[in-house]
Write a protein that binds this ligand. Sequence first.
Ligand code: ZN
Ligand code: ZN
Ligand code: ZN
Length: 137
Amino acid sequence: MSQRTADSIRSTRLRATKQRIAILDALKSGKKPLSIKAIVTLLGKQADQVTVYRTLELFRRAGLVTRLEFRDNRAYYEYKDSHDHHHIVCVECRTMEDVFGCEYEAFAKGALRQSKKFSRITDHSFELFGICKSCSR
Ligand SMILES: [Zn+2]
Ligand SMILES: [Zn+2]
Ligand SMILES: [Zn+2]
């Protein structure tokens, strides 16, 4: 159980229970977006699916994790570190890779200039889909 994980949970004014620490630790050490099912498997008997889902949504609202979708009707969650990044997903085998260098702020500014209805952009989501090298052989 990691003290730093407990601290980052407490910094959002949430209580750092054993279960919550285990769930956030699983995401941190996973270093990639994980589905709820994958997290439940990682945790073994420490938490059931409903608890994991509720905890992740709690973390999401507190800004500790990001929720992602990759067009397979599943929600994925990833630990939110300070570096904005996105993912390339292989449409054949679902393998994933992180990519950096998103020009979100410039794009958001342009979007606001075009927009007639919005005054503020608060967040963004963006994923790339393609074919990985082992699938293109
Ligand atoms: Zn990632
Ligand atoms: Zn592939
Ligand atoms: Zn971005």
